[in-house]
Design a protein around this ligand. Structure first.
Ligand code: 13P
Length: 297
């Protein structure tokens, strides 16, 4: 069979729905086999993995680490235990209250307000977190979308973050996967609405693919690397439509959803991503260090 002539790293099997989206990328892939359900394409690995040399792992502490002592102790321990890991970038998104206290590590916000300033009780603006020491902001996390955050608001938050000079880490991901591949449309809609008019952002943008169904579980229930690779190719294709081919290649695509020491290595080596956005395992020092070790090249 023709497909078996290609090295596995340069071959991918994609569902029919995804194939329709990938097809217009002339020059990037040639369909090798097509049948009613599946198609096999040649997609050069360097195209969908992107241009970044270093892998990026972001700790999303959610509401796990609460006290200044615990947060500062974690960062001190992290520095100690990762002295010999130098080809992985580590960023931390702590709760707002401890963000200004963490030194010697790149920190960011877990969300920012859509508005620049004004009568928005309880909101924290992008400029405020920038003053507190943040250099990036997670935008559109599914745990905020679950409280009613709309695609329009995600777009406004992303613009606010970028406007304040923060790197937006845009989260996208479907609630469930369906046989007919409609989850691809969900991801496409989230990307296109959030990135409307954001062409100049590409080298500053991080996209975190976080399928909601895989969040907060265990490595055994997380997404498998083959499925992840297919989705990353799809995301890169949509980014190419929005930002242009050159712009899309500069965007880092991360995976989040039950990344643990046990699955980090197969996901990073075969999933096509440039790093991870880690939840529960990022709040436990040894688990987090295990993930960082798995990301070393
Ligand atoms: P878990 O790693 O706990 O599944 O969380 C993923 C996540 O939501 C990171 O933003």
């Amino acid at each position: 069979m023709l497909a078996s002539c290609l090295p596995p790293a340069t071959m991918t099997v994609v569902g029919a729905k995804c194939r329709d989206f990938i097809k217009p990328l002339s020059g990037c892939e040639q369909p090798l086999i097509a049948c009613s359900r599946l198609a096999v394409f040649y997609v050069p690995k360097e195209w969908y993995i992107g241009k970044m040399k270093k892998r990026l792992v972001i700790a999303n502490w959610k509401m796990y680490i609460q006290s200044p002592e615990a947060a500062k102790g974690f960062v001190a321990g992290l520095k100690r235990k990762t002295k010999n890991i130098n080809n992985v970038e580590v960023w931390i998104a702590p709760p707002f209250t401890v963000l200004p206290l963490l030194k010697g590590v790149k920190v960011g916000a877990q969300t920012v307000a859509a508005h620049a300033e004004g009568a928005y009780t309880g909101d924290v603006s992008a400029t405020m977190v920038k003053h507190a020491g943040a250099s990036f902001a997670i935008i559109g996390h599914s745990e905020r979308r679950a409280f009613g955050l709309t695609n329009e608001q995600v777009h406004a938050q992303l613009a606010a973050a970028a406007g304040a000079g923060l790197v937006p880490v845009l989260c996208v991901g479907e609630r469930e996967r369906t046989q007919d591949g409609s989850h691809f449309s969900v991801i496409e809609e989230q990307l296109t609405s959030a990135l409307r008019g954001a062409q100049s952002l590409s080298s500053k943008l991080v996209v975190a693919y976080e399928p909601v169904w895989a969040i907060g579980k265990s490595a055994a229930e997380a997404m498998q690397q083959e499925e992840l690779q297919e989705t990353v190719i799809f995301i890169r294709k949509i980014l190419a439509d929005i930002l242009g081919r050159a712009g899309a290649r500069k965007v880092r695509i991360l995976y989040g959803g039950s990344v643990e020491g046990a699955n980090a290595h197969p996901l990073i080596t075969e999933g096509g991503v440039g790093g991870f956005l880690v939840g529960h395992a990022s709040a436990e020092l040894d688990s987090f260090v295990e993930i960082l070790k798995a990301c070393q090249k």
